[in-house]
Design a protein around this ligand. Structure first.
Ligand code: URA
Length: 204
């Protein structure tokens, strides 16, 4: 199959996968969320970026990383000279987990059993997208990709291999920067950019 045909084939299969993921009720999250949010971007990318789960805005809009964390990620990409369309951006867990506080839906970290139930969707996506490497944003993504619990602050910013030999670089989730101590924000931002630069080097 030519590259163009195989990319078109992957795009069609990814659209089918989104429909199947939308119907998933293998854990309780699917029934409460508005929709499944699958990845977006280019098949066969240099890097597949994996976050935790869609947030409130992503759940409503149906696209990954379009809320505050996504805006911060876009700012970093711009600094590094990359565009989203050159990457594939997805999440380890495809449905939004939240608790209601009045009318507000507050993010809740997915339980390991929920991430585990969702894992086959991520693997299906990886099989279709076939990235060269992975950037894991935060502990849920890192665990999903490396297959073991990961201490992000200790393991960040260096290439590792997953159990099948695929290259994975772990760093903080952008929400951690948004939540972090304002006095440390500038340093945290610079350190995060340094991690991202390893996974996303400037193109010649
Ligand atoms: N946080 C994530 O991990 N993923 C999103 O898509 C949005 C926020």
């Amino acid at each position: 199959m030519s590259t163009r045909l195989s990319i078109a084939h992957a795009q069609k299969a990814l659209a089918d996968l989104k429909h199947a993921t939308d119907r998933c009720r293998e854990c309780p999250l699917g029934a409460r969320a508005t929709q499944a949010v699958c990845g977006e971007g280019r098949p066969r990318p240099a890097v597949m970026v994996v976050g935790e789960q869609p947030g409130d805005k992503e759940d409503r809009d149906g696209h990954p990383f379009v809320g505050p964390a996504g805006k911060l990620f876009d700012r970093a990409l711009e600094e590094l000279g990359w565009r989203r369309e050159q990457l594939y951006v997805t999440n380890a867990v495809k449905h939004f987990k939240f608790e209601l506080r009045g009318k507000r839906r507050l993010h809740k970290t997915p339980a390991q059993r929920e991430a585990a139930a969702c894992h086959h969707w991520l693997e299906d996506e990886i099989d279709l997208v076939r990235p060269h490497s992975f950037l894991a944003l935060g502990a849920t993504a890192a665990r999903a990709l490396l297959g073991r619990p990961v201490a992000v602050t200790r393991e960040r910013g260096r290439w590792q291999e997953d159990p099948t030999g695929r290259p994975v670089l772990v760093t903080l989730h952008p929400s951690a920067l948004l939540r972090g101590d304002p006095a440390q924000r500038e340093d945290a931002w610079k350190a995060w950019l340094e991690d991202l630069r390893i996974a996303l080097p400037r193109k010649a």
